[in-house]
Structures are given as structure tokens and as C-alpha cells.
Design a protein around this ligand. Structure first.
Ligand SMILES: NC(=O)c1ccc[n+]([C@@H]2O[C@H](COP(=O)([O-])OP(=O)(O)OC[C@H]3O[C@@H](n4cnc5c(N)ncnc54)[C@H](O)[C@@H]3O)[C@@H](O)[C@H]2O)c1
Ligand SMILES: Nc1ncnc2c1ncn2[C@@H]1O[C@H](COP(=O)(O)OP(=O)(O)OP(=O)(O)O)[C@@H](O)[C@H]1O
Length: 565
């Protein structure tokens, strides 16, 4: 064989260089053009052979082998180059998205009642104007954690009676869950100070360390706020799990919206009664859906005080005016109400008028007592995270955000729709390849949605205040595909590969199905605007009660004590 190699070096040399081909081989054929030349050289060489030479089996075998290797390596180099280009493209989009979210969060106060309170430091003067509502952290304040991307400041608790006597614990109080203004209260040199920062109510404060006020610097120097690192925008992550959050009204609530399950007589009867009571006994402005207003007016023309909106776009303008949302129905009505708010969501008081009720802890029979207590405040809430999802079409892959961003409270599902083929979905987490889903589909669920479709597909039940994204396959055709729980800061991308046999379908909280063609992708990350739902007792109690009563979780007769000791 070596003889042939030597003998035919010159022939290869004609089409480029055979030694070059060999050295390329050794170097992993990184240069695609030399590979193409080498392949061409092999072909030219074969054409030029005399019949006598062509009969030389060894030579043919050798040439074929080289050609195959060259082809394979070219294929792999091309594939790698493509994959790298694609990864770079997705990284670019991810960074764009992240910057956009960051900007949105920094602009957050301008959406809310506290817009005019901002000063040049991006902080708000607490004394200027109080939001109508603020969140108070009741529980242990010891759980702080750093956010992955740029969490550089940590609030530290100090002993109330610390040696210098001037430092009291830092409390994160605030905000109005509606507008997410976080208020930090602390004592410096014996004086109590209140500072407000824009935040995203996932527990993250936005603090611009380059524009620190002297007060903030003092707090930092007194170790009430510790600067771990310095960058232009810093966030503080305050994990809300295990901490009960409550809302306190700073001024009386004025306006409520009621969402009701359609086509239900009991709901209709209750809504008539409740609207009247809210107006006559509580003096509140009441908004209802256009359908419900028509129903009320058909009952009596005296309901003309009830307000409504013309189309769903108008409701997005209503949120700054609305203090409270009431839902009459099941979990689906809570999902419906939340879906009406594409940004901040006023706190929801959900009355149970369905068969289950994981998010609806209040009994409709006791609505008066319950609403009295809510309107008086403070009220315990469960802060439920939402996912923001957008579809990137392959056809429009160079446009950013080609379709409207969807917010889901339960989950986004990518399934095979009416197709009888397996789905083939490539999944990436922050651009790292996760897996390829071959089965009926995939559920990306919030922890609130963990008791819904994800549970039915074998996912774990997770306390709704645990921040995370559940990655749950639907009927995977593999024995080892266990569900995952990813942290809340990741961006998940699910793509239908070009070689997929069929398309896939996406649905958002079980609604609004959209088709994903080959090359299209769904990008999903935690949304900045969570949904706060009122608790009957408190978050953990309500969660455990819902899985006990709703699912009969782990119900078993207690084993009798008379048996082997
Ligand atoms: N196989 C399944 O379990 C399955 C299939 C499709 C959709 N779903 C769920 O239905 C939801 C839409 O609800 P809908 O009321 O509009 O449709 P729906 O009227 O079809 O009701 C679906 C059921 O899911 C329950 N549900 C909804 N959210 C829940 C939650 N967070 N925890 C526990 N149970 C919950 C509802 O109470 C209802 O009983 C979707 O978000 C999805 O999670 C479940
Ligand atoms: N205000 C509304 N307008 C339009 N559709 C609504 C509204 N409220 C609820 N729905 C839809 O009606 C369906 C049923 O609602 P919901 O889940 O609240 O009642 P349910 O099915 O009786 O309760 P459960 O799920 O507990 O048995 C859901 O798909 C939901 O999206």
C-alpha cells in the first residue's frame, strides 16, 4: 500500500497536492476549500487512469477510501460551521432579548402610579406619593440569593440591637404588586430612611450603583446593603420562596374588575349579587366584561353604573386604574383573567365555582366576609410567576420578535397536534443543547402550572412560589426521559429541526394554538410580571390544601398498630 502511495503522489499533486490532502486529513480537514480541491483531485485522478491502472483493485480501493473520508470530513466541517453560526445567531438574539427585558424593567415605574416619584438616581422618594398598595415581607428575611446574570448586591440583615445602636434590619417592603416598586427601609445614624427602587416583583431590585445616592452609600458602608461587585446595573435577588408576602393598602381600594366563567347560571346569579354589594356597601367602581354588562343590564337597567371596555386592547390601559381583580369560576377563569393583562396584573381574588380549584381558594358562599377582609387588608398572596414566550419563524429569522409575546401562567405546550408522527423537537437552554424530544410533545410549565398538564404528563408538583421552569415531556418514546426543573433565569428554545417529518403545535395555557413549521422556534423565559393571587390562609397552607382536597394526594388508610413490632 505504501508503494502505491508513493507511486501516485505526483498524480494527486496535479489536482492540488496529495501531501496537502494528507496533512489536511491530519489537521482534521479544517479548510473546506482544500477539501473540495482534494476531492476534485481524486476524481480527476480516477478519470485519468488507463484501463490497466483502473483494474488495480488496491488503487481503486485506496482512492475510494480517500474520497469517502474527504466527503465525510467536509460534511462534518460544514455542519460544524453551520452549527456555530446558528449558535452565534441565537446567542445574539438571546442577548438582545435580555437587554430589552432589562430596559423594560428599568422603565417599569413609568408604567405605574409611582412614575412621577423617580428622581435622577432611578430611586423614588417614598414621602412624595404613596402607592395604593405595598407588599410587606412578613417572614424570615434571611433568604437572599444572587441572580445569575448580574446580581451584585445583597441586602444583609443586621441585628436590631447591633453594637453601634444605629442599624436596624433592612426590610424589603414594598410594592405594590401592581407596579413593583420595592421599598427598602433602613436606619442610618438613628434616622429611618425609605428608598424605593424599580423592581420586577420576582424579588429583583434594580439598583444603579453608578448613581448611588449618599444615603445608599451610607447604607452600603454600614453593611446594610453590601456591594459584592460593581457594574452599571445591579440587581438584587430576593427569593420569595418560604417567605409569605402580604399586601397592605396604603389608601382604600377604589376600583375592581370582575371576570366570570361564561354560560354558568350560578356564576351569573352570584355576579349580579356581588356587583350590587360592591357598589352599594363598599362604594367601589366596578368593571365587568362586555358580555357580563349586557347580562346585568338584561337583569335591570339600574346596573348602568357598571363600566366595561370595547375591545381587549382597552383593558391593558385599565390596569393602572384597577386595584383588584375578582374571578368567579375555576382555575380556567384565573388563567383567563391573567391573560388579559400583558404587563402588570392587579392582585386577583379568586372565588371557587368550578370542580377543582388550585388557584381558587375562596368559597363563593362567604364572598362578603372574604371581600371585607381583602378590602381591609393586609392580604396574604401567592406570587405566581409567568412565562413569556415568543415564536421565531424561520422565514423571518433575521427579525427580532416576529410575533406577539404570549404570557402564560400555567404552561406553554408544544405537541404533535393532529399529526400522527412523533414530534421531533430540539431543545436548548441558554444555547446549550438539552435534548431532542421524540414523543407527543413537551410542556414548559411554571411552578403554578405544575399541578395542571405537567402533572398529568408525569412532572413533579412544585410549590408555586419556587422560582423555576418545569421541562416535562409528553409521552416520550424513551425509557429514560425524566422531567427536569430548570432555574428561573434560563431561556429555553425549542426548535422544529429542518429534517422533522412534520410540524408541531404550540398552545398557551391550553389556548391560542399556533403551528410551528420546520425551522421555527419557540423561545421561552420567565416574564417580568407575575400574578399575585390572594390566599385564604397563606401560600403554603393553601397549596397543601389544594393538593389534598383537589387531588387526594397520598391518601391512604392508616395502617393499624396491631402487627409486628
Ligand atoms: N391532560 C391534562 O391534564 C390536560 C390537558 C390539557 C390541558 N390541561 C390544562 O388545562 C389548562 C387550561 O385550563 P382550562 O380551565 O382553561 O381548561 P379546561 O376547562 O379544559 O380545564 C382543565 C383542568 O385543568 C385544571 N387546571 C387548570 N390550571 C390548573 C392548575 N394550575 N393546577 C391544577 N389544575 C389546573 C382546571 O381546574 C381544569 O379542571 C391548561 O393550562 C393545562 O394545564 C390539562
Ligand atoms: N371570562 C371568561 N371569558 C371567556 N372564557 C372564559 C372566561 N372565564 C373562563 N373561561 C374559559 O372557560 C373555561 C372553563 O373555565 P373554568 O376552568 O374556570 O371553569 P370549570 O371548567 O367549570 O372549572 P374547573 O376547571 O375547576 O372544573 C376555561 O377554558 C376558561 O378559559
Amino acid at each position: 500500500m505504501s508503494t502505491y502511495k508513493l507511486n501516485h503522489t505526483d498524480s494527486f499533486g496535479k489536482g492540488g497536492d496529495a501531501n496537502g490532502l494528507r496533512s489536511n486529513q491530519e489537521n482534521g480537514f479544517s479548510n473546506l476549500s482544500s477539501l473540495a480541491q482534494s476531492e476534485k483531485a481524486v476524481q480527476e485522478f480516477l478519470i485519468q487512469q488507463t484501463p490497466m491502472q483502473a483494474n488495480d483493485d488496491h488503487l481503486i480501493e485506496f482512492s475510494e477510501a480517500l474520497r469517502t473520508v474527504a466527503k465525510a470530513l467536509r460534511g462534518s466541517s460544514e455542519g460544524k460551521a453551520l452549527a456555530q453560526a446558528e449558535a452565534a445567531e441565537w446567542k445574539r438574539r438571546y442577548e438582545l432579548e435580555r437587554c430589552k427585558n432589562l430596559e423594560l424593567l428599568l422603565k417599569a415605574p413609568s408604567n405605574g402610579v409611582c412614575a412621577d416619584e423617580s428622581n435622577s438616581n432611578g430611586m423614588m422618594d417614598h414621602s412624595a406619593k404613596s402607592p395604593r398598595l405595598h407588599v410587606q415581607e412578613n417572614g424570615k428575611s434571611g433568604m437572599h440569593s444572587l441572580e445569575r446574570i448580574c446580581a451584585h448586591e445583597v441586602l444583609q440583615d443586621c441585628e436590631p440591637n447591633s453594637p453601634n445602636g444605629s442599624i436596624s434590619p433592612v426590610h424589603i417592603m414594598s410594592a405594590c404588586s401592581v407596579y413593583y416598586i420595592f421599598k427598602v427601609c433602613f436606619n442610618v445614624h438613628g434616622c429611618r430612611h425609605h428608598l424605593s427602587f424599580p423592581g420586577d416583583a420576582r424579588g429583583r431590585l434594580m439598583i444603579n450603583t453608578k448613581k448611588k445616592s449618599s444615603l445608599l452609600r451610607a447604607a452600603i458602608s454600614l453593611h446594610q446593603i453590601a456591594v459584592v461587585n460593581s457594574c452599571s446595573v445591579c440587581r438584587l435577588t430576593y427569593t420569595t420562596c418560604n417567605i409569605q408576602i402580604s399586601l397592605t393598602w396604603e389608601s382604600s381600594p377604589q376600583t375592581v374588575i370582575i371576570f366570570t366563567k361564561p354560560n354558568s347560571t350560578s356564576v351569573r346569579v352570584l355576579s349580579v349579587e356581588m356587583v350590587r354589594w360592591l357598589r352599594d356597601h363598599k362604594g367601589l367602581n366596578v368593571y365587568v366584561e362586555p358580555r357580563v354588562k349586557a347580562e346585568l343590564l338584561s337583569e335591570s337597567s339600574s346596573f348602568d353604573f357598571v363600566q366595561t371596555w370595547e375591545d381587549d386592547k382597552e383593558i391593558s390601559l385599565l390596569h393602572p386604574k384597577v386595584d383588584l381583580v375578582i374571578t368567579l369560576g375555576g382555575d380556567g377563569t384565573v388563567l383567563w383573567a391573567a391573560s388579559m393583562f400583558k404587563g402588570p396584573v392587579p392582585p386577583i381574588v379568586p372565588f371557587s365555582m368550578g370542580s377543582l380549584g388550585f388557584m381558587t381558594p375562596f368559597h363563593s358562599e362567604q364572598y362578603r366576609d372574604c371581600l371585607e377582609s381583602v378590602l381591609r387588608g393586609p392580604l396574604s398572596i401567592t406570587l405566581r410567576h409567568r412565562l413569556q414566550c415568543h415564536i421565531i419563524r424561520d422565514k423571518a429569522r433575521h427579525d427580532y420578535e416576529t410575533e406577539e409575546t404570549m404570557l402564560v401562567l400555567n404552561e406553554v405546550t408544544i405537541d404533535r397536534g393532529i399529526s400522527s408522527y412523533l414530534t421531533n423537537l430540539e431543545c436548548y437552554c441558554d444555547n446549550s443543547f438539552v435534548t431532542c424530544v421524540q414523543g407527543d410533545g413537551l410542556i414548559l410549565s411554571t411552578t403554578s402550572g405544575s399541578t395542571a398538564y405537567s402533572l398529568a404528563a408525569g412532572g413533579s408538583m412544585v410549590h408555586p412560589q419556587v422560582p423555576g421552569i418545569l421541562f416535562t415531556p409528553i409521552c416520550p418514546h424513551s425509557l429514560s426521559f425524566r422531567p427536569l426543573i430548570l432555574p428561573d433565569h434560563v431561556t429555553v428554545r425549542v426548535q422544529v429541526p429542518f429534517n422533522s417529518r412534520g410540524s408541531a403545535w404550540v398552545s398557551f395555557d391550553g389556548k391560542g394554538r399556533k403551528q410551528l413549521e420546520a425551522g421555527d422556534a419557540l423561545v421561552c423565559s420567565m416574564a417580568p410580571w407575575p400574578v399575585s393571587t390572594a390566599c385564604q390562609v397563606e401560600s403554603t397552607h393553601d397549596f397543601l390544601r389544594s393538593i389534598h382536597e383537589g387531588l387526594h394526594w397520598n391518601q391512604r388508610k392508616i395502617q393499624s398498630s396491631d402487627g409486628p413490632q
